[in-house]
Design a protein around this ligand. Structure first.
Ligand SMILES: [Zn+2]
Length: 464
Protein backbone atom coordinates (compact mmCIF):
# COMPACT_ATOMS: atom_id res chain seq x y z
CA UNK A 1 0.00 0.00 0.00
CA UNK A 2 1.08 3.32 -0.43
CA UNK A 3 -0.24 6.64 -0.16
CA UNK A 4 0.69 9.79 -1.54
CA UNK A 5 2.62 11.70 0.77
CA UNK A 6 2.25 15.31 0.22
CA UNK A 7 4.31 16.30 3.02
CA UNK A 8 7.95 16.72 3.38
CA UNK A 9 10.57 14.50 2.13
CA UNK A 10 12.28 13.92 5.30
CA UNK A 11 10.69 11.00 6.76
CA UNK A 12 9.23 8.32 4.85
CA UNK A 13 8.30 4.87 5.02
CA UNK A 14 6.67 3.17 2.31
CA UNK A 15 4.02 0.85 2.69
CA UNK A 16 5.27 -1.59 0.48
CA UNK A 17 8.41 -2.22 1.96
CA UNK A 18 11.24 -0.04 2.55
CA UNK A 19 11.48 2.06 5.48
CA UNK A 20 13.24 4.72 3.61
CA UNK A 21 10.60 5.96 1.32
CA UNK A 22 6.96 6.61 1.46
CA UNK A 23 4.58 4.38 -0.29
CA UNK A 24 1.96 5.31 -2.75
CA UNK A 25 -1.21 4.51 -0.96
CA UNK A 26 0.16 6.03 2.01
CA UNK A 27 1.10 8.85 -0.08
CA UNK A 28 -2.39 9.22 -1.28
CA UNK A 29 -3.85 9.29 2.12
CA UNK A 30 -1.15 11.35 3.57
CA UNK A 31 -1.24 13.78 0.70
CA UNK A 32 -4.84 14.11 1.28
CA UNK A 33 -4.57 14.43 4.98
CA UNK A 34 -1.62 16.66 4.49
CA UNK A 35 -3.53 18.89 2.19
CA UNK A 36 -5.71 19.42 5.12
CA UNK A 37 -3.32 18.81 7.89
CA UNK A 38 -0.15 20.38 6.87
CA UNK A 39 0.24 23.81 5.45
CA UNK A 40 1.96 23.38 2.25
CA UNK A 41 2.91 19.89 1.70
CA UNK A 42 4.94 19.23 -1.30
CA UNK A 43 4.17 16.13 -3.20
CA UNK A 44 7.37 16.38 -5.06
CA UNK A 45 9.27 16.24 -1.96
CA UNK A 46 8.30 12.73 -1.42
CA UNK A 47 8.90 11.99 -5.03
CA UNK A 48 12.54 12.60 -4.88
CA UNK A 49 12.93 11.11 -1.59
CA UNK A 50 13.93 7.67 -0.82
CA UNK A 51 17.08 7.00 -2.54
CA UNK A 52 19.58 4.51 -1.88
CA UNK A 53 22.95 4.55 -0.48
CA UNK A 54 24.39 2.44 -3.18
CA UNK A 55 27.68 1.99 -1.50
CA UNK A 56 27.25 -0.50 1.20
CA UNK A 57 28.99 0.36 4.38
CA UNK A 58 27.81 -2.64 6.25
CA UNK A 59 30.11 -5.52 6.92
CA UNK A 60 31.03 -7.44 3.86
CA UNK A 61 29.14 -10.57 4.70
CA UNK A 62 25.96 -8.58 5.00
CA UNK A 63 25.99 -7.23 1.50
CA UNK A 64 23.10 -8.27 -0.67
CA UNK A 65 25.30 -10.26 -3.00
CA UNK A 66 26.79 -12.32 -0.24
CA UNK A 67 23.39 -12.87 1.29
CA UNK A 68 21.94 -13.88 -2.01
CA UNK A 69 24.64 -16.46 -2.49
CA UNK A 70 24.26 -18.11 0.88
CA UNK A 71 20.67 -19.07 1.42
CA UNK A 72 20.41 -19.26 5.20
CA UNK A 73 18.73 -16.90 7.65
CA UNK A 74 19.71 -13.30 7.11
CA UNK A 75 21.63 -11.60 9.89
CA UNK A 76 19.96 -8.48 11.26
CA UNK A 77 22.28 -5.70 10.14
CA UNK A 78 23.91 -3.11 12.32
CA UNK A 79 23.37 0.46 11.23
CA UNK A 80 26.46 1.87 9.54
CA UNK A 81 27.88 5.15 10.70
CA UNK A 82 26.43 6.83 7.63
CA UNK A 83 22.99 5.34 8.26
CA UNK A 84 23.08 6.60 11.82
CA UNK A 85 24.03 10.07 10.71
CA UNK A 86 21.20 10.07 8.22
CA UNK A 87 18.82 8.82 10.89
CA UNK A 88 19.80 11.37 13.53
CA UNK A 89 19.81 14.35 11.22
CA UNK A 90 16.51 13.05 9.83
CA UNK A 91 15.00 13.18 13.30
CA UNK A 92 16.12 16.75 13.75
CA UNK A 93 14.63 17.64 10.38
CA UNK A 94 11.42 15.91 11.30
CA UNK A 95 11.13 18.09 14.39
CA UNK A 96 11.89 21.20 12.38
CA UNK A 97 9.21 20.26 9.87
CA UNK A 98 6.62 19.65 12.56
CA UNK A 99 7.45 22.97 14.19
CA UNK A 100 7.35 24.66 10.79
CA UNK A 101 3.87 23.29 10.18
CA UNK A 102 2.71 25.10 13.32
CA UNK A 103 4.81 28.19 12.96
CA UNK A 104 3.92 29.19 9.41
CA UNK A 105 0.16 29.30 9.86
CA UNK A 106 0.65 31.04 13.22
CA UNK A 107 2.68 33.66 11.41
CA UNK A 108 -0.08 34.20 8.83
CA UNK A 109 -2.60 34.60 11.64
CA UNK A 110 -0.86 36.73 14.23
CA UNK A 111 0.61 39.19 11.76
CA UNK A 112 -2.80 39.75 10.21
CA UNK A 113 -1.42 38.64 6.83
CA UNK A 114 -4.19 36.10 6.44
CA UNK A 115 -6.83 38.81 6.74
CA UNK A 116 -4.95 40.86 4.17
CA UNK A 117 -4.80 37.93 1.77
CA UNK A 118 -8.56 37.62 2.20
CA UNK A 119 -9.01 41.27 1.31
CA UNK A 120 -6.90 40.87 -1.81
CA UNK A 121 -8.79 37.70 -2.73
CA UNK A 122 -12.08 39.54 -2.37
CA UNK A 123 -10.79 42.17 -4.73
CA UNK A 124 -9.86 39.54 -7.32
CA UNK A 125 -12.84 37.24 -7.19
CA UNK A 126 -16.30 38.63 -6.77
CA UNK A 127 -18.11 35.37 -6.36
CA UNK A 128 -17.56 33.41 -3.18
CA UNK A 129 -15.99 30.46 -4.97
CA UNK A 130 -13.42 32.65 -6.69
CA UNK A 131 -12.54 34.38 -3.44
CA UNK A 132 -11.77 30.97 -1.96
CA UNK A 133 -9.76 30.00 -5.02
CA UNK A 134 -7.75 33.22 -4.99
CA UNK A 135 -7.08 32.90 -1.26
CA UNK A 136 -5.88 29.31 -1.64
CA UNK A 137 -3.56 30.19 -4.51
CA UNK A 138 -2.00 33.13 -2.68
CA UNK A 139 -1.70 31.29 0.63
CA UNK A 140 -0.02 28.21 -0.81
CA UNK A 141 2.23 30.22 -3.09
CA UNK A 142 3.52 32.32 -0.19
CA UNK A 143 3.88 29.24 1.94
CA UNK A 144 5.79 27.54 -0.88
CA UNK A 145 8.28 30.39 -1.00
CA UNK A 146 8.73 30.46 2.76
CA UNK A 147 9.35 26.72 2.85
CA UNK A 148 11.51 26.54 -0.28
CA UNK A 149 14.90 26.83 1.46
CA UNK A 150 14.04 24.06 3.91
CA UNK A 151 12.68 21.85 1.12
CA UNK A 152 15.68 22.55 -1.04
CA UNK A 153 17.97 21.44 1.73
CA UNK A 154 16.10 18.32 2.73
CA UNK A 155 14.80 17.27 -0.66
CA UNK A 156 17.82 18.05 -2.77
CA UNK A 157 21.09 18.99 -1.07
CA UNK A 158 20.89 16.47 1.72
CA UNK A 159 19.80 13.60 -0.50
CA UNK A 160 22.73 14.25 -2.80
CA UNK A 161 25.07 14.56 0.13
CA UNK A 162 24.16 11.03 1.15
CA UNK A 163 24.35 9.70 -2.38
CA UNK A 164 20.67 8.92 -2.38
CA UNK A 165 19.48 11.15 -5.17
CA UNK A 166 20.51 11.49 -8.76
CA UNK A 167 18.00 14.20 -9.66
CA UNK A 168 19.21 17.31 -11.39
CA UNK A 169 18.35 20.60 -9.76
CA UNK A 170 15.90 21.55 -12.51
CA UNK A 171 14.12 18.27 -12.33
CA UNK A 172 13.81 18.63 -8.57
CA UNK A 173 12.60 22.18 -8.95
CA UNK A 174 10.09 21.22 -11.64
CA UNK A 175 8.74 18.47 -9.41
CA UNK A 176 8.37 20.87 -6.53
CA UNK A 177 6.34 23.26 -8.74
CA UNK A 178 4.16 20.38 -9.90
CA UNK A 179 3.57 19.45 -6.28
CA UNK A 180 2.55 22.98 -5.55
CA UNK A 181 0.10 22.77 -8.42
CA UNK A 182 -1.38 19.51 -7.16
CA UNK A 183 -1.63 20.99 -3.67
CA UNK A 184 -3.39 24.10 -4.93
CA UNK A 185 -5.90 22.19 -7.05
CA UNK A 186 -6.61 19.59 -4.36
CA UNK A 187 -6.57 22.29 -1.69
CA UNK A 188 -9.17 24.36 -3.53
CA UNK A 189 -11.52 21.43 -3.69
CA UNK A 190 -11.12 20.57 0.00
CA UNK A 191 -11.22 24.15 1.24
CA UNK A 192 -14.21 24.94 -0.89
CA UNK A 193 -16.16 21.95 0.47
CA UNK A 194 -15.13 22.66 4.07
CA UNK A 195 -16.05 26.34 4.04
CA UNK A 196 -19.31 25.71 2.28
CA UNK A 197 -20.19 23.32 5.12
CA UNK A 198 -18.96 25.70 7.82
CA UNK A 199 -21.16 28.38 6.35
CA UNK A 200 -24.22 26.20 5.92
CA UNK A 201 -23.98 24.33 9.17
CA UNK A 202 -21.99 26.08 11.88
CA UNK A 203 -22.67 23.33 14.42
CA UNK A 204 -22.30 20.18 12.37
CA UNK A 205 -19.77 21.15 9.73
CA UNK A 206 -17.08 18.99 11.34
CA UNK A 207 -19.27 15.93 10.95
CA UNK A 208 -20.32 16.69 7.38
CA UNK A 209 -16.79 17.58 6.36
CA UNK A 210 -15.52 14.33 7.85
CA UNK A 211 -18.15 12.42 5.89
CA UNK A 212 -17.37 14.36 2.72
CA UNK A 213 -13.71 13.47 3.13
CA UNK A 214 -14.48 9.82 2.33
CA UNK A 215 -15.57 10.28 -1.31
CA UNK A 216 -12.84 12.88 -1.75
CA UNK A 217 -10.25 10.37 -0.58
CA UNK A 218 -11.67 7.76 -2.93
CA UNK A 219 -11.62 10.18 -5.81
CA UNK A 220 -8.07 11.09 -5.00
CA UNK A 221 -6.99 7.47 -4.95
CA UNK A 222 -8.81 6.82 -8.16
CA UNK A 223 -7.07 9.57 -10.09
CA UNK A 224 -3.71 9.43 -8.36
CA UNK A 225 -2.20 6.74 -10.60
CA UNK A 226 -3.63 8.12 -13.84
CA UNK A 227 -3.47 11.89 -13.38
CA UNK A 228 -1.05 12.70 -10.61
CA UNK A 229 1.74 10.12 -10.52
CA UNK A 230 2.38 10.46 -14.28
CA UNK A 231 3.12 14.16 -13.77
CA UNK A 232 6.28 13.10 -12.00
CA UNK A 233 7.43 9.88 -13.61
CA UNK A 234 6.87 7.70 -16.63
CA UNK A 235 4.79 4.60 -16.15
CA UNK A 236 4.75 1.71 -18.55
CA UNK A 237 4.44 -2.03 -18.85
CA UNK A 238 7.14 -4.17 -17.32
CA UNK A 239 10.21 -4.52 -19.49
CA UNK A 240 11.19 -7.98 -18.33
CA UNK A 241 8.41 -10.12 -19.76
CA UNK A 242 9.63 -13.33 -18.15
CA UNK A 243 9.56 -11.68 -14.75
CA UNK A 244 6.16 -10.17 -15.48
CA UNK A 245 4.83 -13.63 -16.30
CA UNK A 246 6.17 -14.89 -12.96
CA UNK A 247 4.51 -12.03 -11.13
CA UNK A 248 1.18 -12.61 -12.85
CA UNK A 249 1.42 -16.28 -12.01
CA UNK A 250 1.98 -15.37 -8.38
CA UNK A 251 -0.92 -12.91 -8.51
CA UNK A 252 -3.10 -15.64 -9.87
CA UNK A 253 -2.21 -17.88 -6.93
CA UNK A 254 -2.92 -15.00 -4.57
CA UNK A 255 -6.43 -14.80 -6.00
CA UNK A 256 -5.94 -11.60 -7.97
CA UNK A 257 -7.55 -11.67 -11.39
CA UNK A 258 -6.64 -9.27 -14.07
CA UNK A 259 -4.08 -7.68 -11.85
CA UNK A 260 -2.09 -5.01 -13.58
CA UNK A 261 1.59 -4.51 -13.05
CA UNK A 262 3.36 -1.31 -14.03
CA UNK A 263 6.96 -0.32 -14.00
CA UNK A 264 7.83 3.27 -13.20
CA UNK A 265 10.96 4.98 -14.30
CA UNK A 266 12.31 6.11 -10.92
CA UNK A 267 15.95 5.63 -11.77
CA UNK A 268 15.92 9.18 -13.11
CA UNK A 269 15.43 10.43 -9.58
CA UNK A 270 16.77 7.91 -7.20
CA UNK A 271 18.59 4.71 -6.61
CA UNK A 272 16.24 3.63 -3.89
CA UNK A 273 14.02 0.64 -4.46
CA UNK A 274 10.33 0.31 -3.84
CA UNK A 275 7.02 -1.04 -4.98
CA UNK A 276 3.45 -0.30 -4.07
CA UNK A 277 -0.20 -0.99 -4.59
CA UNK A 278 -1.99 2.09 -5.81
CA UNK A 279 -5.22 3.26 -7.31
CA UNK A 280 -8.74 2.29 -6.61
CA UNK A 281 -11.45 0.32 -8.42
CA UNK A 282 -10.36 0.10 -12.03
CA UNK A 283 -7.20 2.12 -11.55
CA UNK A 284 -5.87 -0.30 -8.95
CA UNK A 285 -2.44 -1.63 -9.81
CA UNK A 286 0.85 -2.86 -8.51
CA UNK A 287 3.73 -0.61 -9.40
CA UNK A 288 7.39 -1.55 -9.32
CA UNK A 289 10.13 0.99 -9.42
CA UNK A 290 12.54 0.14 -12.21
CA UNK A 291 15.33 0.32 -9.66
CA UNK A 292 13.77 -2.59 -7.80
CA UNK A 293 13.70 -4.71 -10.93
CA UNK A 294 17.31 -3.87 -11.70
CA UNK A 295 18.78 -4.42 -8.27
CA UNK A 296 16.95 -7.33 -6.76
CA UNK A 297 17.11 -10.87 -8.02
CA UNK A 298 14.00 -12.58 -9.29
CA UNK A 299 13.07 -14.29 -6.02
CA UNK A 300 13.49 -11.07 -4.08
CA UNK A 301 11.27 -9.18 -6.50
CA UNK A 302 8.66 -11.90 -6.12
CA UNK A 303 8.91 -11.67 -2.32
CA UNK A 304 8.29 -7.92 -2.50
CA UNK A 305 5.42 -8.48 -4.91
CA UNK A 306 3.88 -11.09 -2.62
CA UNK A 307 3.86 -8.52 0.19
CA UNK A 308 2.13 -6.01 -2.09
CA UNK A 309 -0.39 -8.62 -3.14
CA UNK A 310 -1.16 -9.06 0.53
CA UNK A 311 -2.31 -5.45 0.67
CA UNK A 312 -4.28 -5.93 -2.50
CA UNK A 313 -6.07 -9.09 -1.41
CA UNK A 314 -6.65 -8.00 2.18
CA UNK A 315 -8.31 -4.77 1.00
CA UNK A 316 -5.96 -2.59 2.99
CA UNK A 317 -6.88 0.48 0.97
CA UNK A 318 -10.38 0.27 2.37
CA UNK A 319 -9.10 -0.18 5.88
CA UNK A 320 -6.95 2.88 5.50
CA UNK A 321 -9.83 4.92 4.20
CA UNK A 322 -11.86 3.94 7.25
CA UNK A 323 -8.96 4.64 9.59
CA UNK A 324 -8.17 8.02 8.11
CA UNK A 325 -11.82 8.99 8.00
CA UNK A 326 -12.11 8.27 11.70
CA UNK A 327 -8.97 10.25 12.50
CA UNK A 328 -10.04 13.16 10.35
CA UNK A 329 -13.36 13.22 12.15
CA UNK A 330 -11.67 13.31 15.54
CA UNK A 331 -9.38 16.11 14.39
CA UNK A 332 -12.22 18.13 12.90
CA UNK A 333 -14.28 17.78 16.04
CA UNK A 334 -11.39 19.02 18.15
CA UNK A 335 -11.01 21.98 15.79
CA UNK A 336 -14.71 22.73 15.97
CA UNK A 337 -14.49 22.88 19.75
CA UNK A 338 -11.29 24.88 20.04
CA UNK A 339 -11.57 27.33 17.18
CA UNK A 340 -14.28 29.69 18.48
CA UNK A 341 -12.43 30.29 21.74
CA UNK A 342 -9.22 31.12 19.92
CA UNK A 343 -11.02 33.48 17.58
CA UNK A 344 -12.71 35.22 20.52
CA UNK A 345 -9.38 35.63 22.22
CA UNK A 346 -7.37 36.90 19.25
CA UNK A 347 -9.89 38.28 16.78
CA UNK A 348 -8.39 41.73 16.72
CA UNK A 349 -4.98 40.39 15.78
CA UNK A 350 -6.36 37.79 13.37
CA UNK A 351 -8.60 40.27 11.60
CA UNK A 352 -11.65 38.01 11.44
CA UNK A 353 -14.29 37.01 13.94
CA UNK A 354 -15.94 33.89 12.68
CA UNK A 355 -14.85 30.45 11.49
CA UNK A 356 -16.67 30.82 8.17
CA UNK A 357 -14.28 33.62 7.16
CA UNK A 358 -11.73 32.22 4.69
CA UNK A 359 -9.04 34.12 6.59
CA UNK A 360 -9.42 31.43 9.28
CA UNK A 361 -7.82 28.83 6.99
CA UNK A 362 -4.37 29.06 8.63
CA UNK A 363 -6.03 28.51 12.00
CA UNK A 364 -7.67 25.33 10.73
CA UNK A 365 -4.35 24.19 9.21
CA UNK A 366 -2.52 24.93 12.44
CA UNK A 367 -4.99 22.94 14.49
CA UNK A 368 -4.90 20.12 11.95
CA UNK A 369 -1.11 19.96 12.20
CA UNK A 370 -1.37 19.79 15.96
CA UNK A 371 -4.02 17.07 15.75
CA UNK A 372 -1.97 15.13 13.25
CA UNK A 373 0.92 15.13 15.65
CA UNK A 374 -1.24 13.78 18.44
CA UNK A 375 -2.98 11.19 16.26
CA UNK A 376 0.03 9.97 14.30
CA UNK A 377 0.94 7.23 16.81
CA UNK A 378 -2.56 5.79 16.48
CA UNK A 379 -2.42 5.77 12.70
CA UNK A 380 1.02 4.25 12.65
CA UNK A 381 0.25 1.54 15.18
CA UNK A 382 -2.44 0.43 12.77
CA UNK A 383 -0.35 0.68 9.61
CA UNK A 384 2.42 -1.32 11.30
CA UNK A 385 -0.14 -4.02 11.92
CA UNK A 386 -1.27 -3.95 8.27
CA UNK A 387 2.32 -4.14 7.11
CA UNK A 388 3.11 -7.02 9.38
CA UNK A 389 0.15 -8.94 8.01
CA UNK A 390 1.24 -8.19 4.44
CA UNK A 391 4.63 -9.68 5.32
CA UNK A 392 2.88 -12.75 6.71
CA UNK A 393 0.77 -13.01 3.56
CA UNK A 394 3.84 -12.71 1.37
CA UNK A 395 5.71 -15.39 3.26
CA UNK A 396 2.80 -17.78 3.16
CA UNK A 397 2.38 -17.18 -0.56
CA UNK A 398 6.00 -17.66 -1.58
CA UNK A 399 7.32 -19.73 1.37
CA UNK A 400 10.62 -18.16 0.53
CA UNK A 401 11.94 -16.86 3.85
CA UNK A 402 15.34 -16.14 2.49
CA UNK A 403 14.15 -14.05 -0.44
CA UNK A 404 11.95 -11.96 1.82
CA UNK A 405 14.59 -11.44 4.50
CA UNK A 406 17.32 -10.63 2.01
CA UNK A 407 15.03 -8.25 0.09
CA UNK A 408 14.38 -6.43 3.35
CA UNK A 409 18.06 -6.25 4.08
CA UNK A 410 18.65 -4.89 0.64
CA UNK A 411 16.03 -2.21 1.12
CA UNK A 412 17.56 -1.24 4.41
CA UNK A 413 20.90 -0.70 2.77
CA UNK A 414 19.69 0.98 -0.37
CA UNK A 415 17.44 3.38 1.50
CA UNK A 416 19.77 4.07 4.42
CA UNK A 417 17.11 2.96 6.88
CA UNK A 418 18.00 2.53 10.50
CA UNK A 419 17.18 -1.12 11.18
CA UNK A 420 16.56 -0.54 14.85
CA UNK A 421 15.41 3.02 15.61
CA UNK A 422 14.56 4.40 19.04
CA UNK A 423 11.15 4.25 20.76
CA UNK A 424 10.05 7.76 19.78
CA UNK A 425 10.78 7.03 16.16
CA UNK A 426 8.90 3.76 16.37
CA UNK A 427 5.90 5.51 17.85
CA UNK A 428 5.72 8.61 15.68
CA UNK A 429 7.44 7.80 12.43
CA UNK A 430 7.31 4.09 11.67
CA UNK A 431 4.65 3.25 9.15
CA UNK A 432 6.19 -0.19 8.96
CA UNK A 433 7.47 -2.40 11.71
CA UNK A 434 11.16 -1.65 12.09
CA UNK A 435 13.39 -3.57 9.71
CA UNK A 436 15.16 -5.58 12.38
CA UNK A 437 11.78 -7.01 13.45
CA UNK A 438 10.70 -7.63 9.89
CA UNK A 439 13.91 -9.46 9.05
CA UNK A 440 13.61 -11.61 12.17
CA UNK A 441 10.04 -12.45 11.29
CA UNK A 442 10.95 -13.24 7.69
CA UNK A 443 13.70 -15.56 8.92
CA UNK A 444 11.57 -17.52 11.32
CA UNK A 445 7.96 -17.55 10.15
CA UNK A 446 7.34 -20.93 8.54
CA UNK A 447 4.16 -22.56 9.84
CA UNK A 448 3.97 -24.73 6.73
CA UNK A 449 6.91 -26.74 7.99
CA UNK A 450 5.09 -27.84 11.11
CA UNK A 451 1.76 -28.36 9.41
CA UNK A 452 0.06 -25.43 11.15
CA UNK A 453 -2.82 -23.77 9.37
CA UNK A 454 -1.78 -20.81 7.31
CA UNK A 455 -3.46 -17.55 8.19
CA UNK A 456 -4.18 -16.79 4.53
CA UNK A 457 -3.95 -20.26 3.03
CA UNK A 458 -7.67 -20.34 2.27
CA UNK A 459 -7.30 -17.34 -0.02
CA UNK A 460 -4.69 -18.91 -2.22
CA UNK A 461 -5.91 -20.45 -5.42
CA UNK A 462 -3.87 -23.58 -5.46
CA UNK A 463 -2.07 -24.08 -2.24
CA UNK A 464 0.90 -26.33 -2.60
ZN1 LIG B 1 3.34 -2.78 2.63
Amino acid sequence: METSRAVTNTDSSDLPFPSGSRPPIWRLLVVLVALVLVPAPSYAASQGQPMSGAVSETPVDHTPDAVTRARGPVAVPEASEKTLRYYRSGNVLWLINRAWALLIPALFLFTGVSARIRDVAQGIGRKWFFVIAAYVIIYFAVNYLLTLPLNYYQGFLREHEYGLSNQSFWRWFGDSLKSLMVTVVGGMLLVWISYLLIKKSPRRWWLYTGIAAVPVMMLFMLVQPIWIAPLFNEFGPMQDKALEAKILQLADRAGIDGGRVFEVNKSEDTEAVNAYVGGFLNTKRIVLWDTLVKKLDRDQVLAVMAHEMGHYVRGDIWKLIVLFSGLILVALYAIYRVMPALIRQFHSRFGFDEPADIASLPLILLLLSASALVLAPVAMAYTRHIEHEADRFGLELTRDNHAMASALLFLQQENLANPDPGPLYRLWRSWHPVLADRIRFANTYRPWETGETLEYGALFHQAE
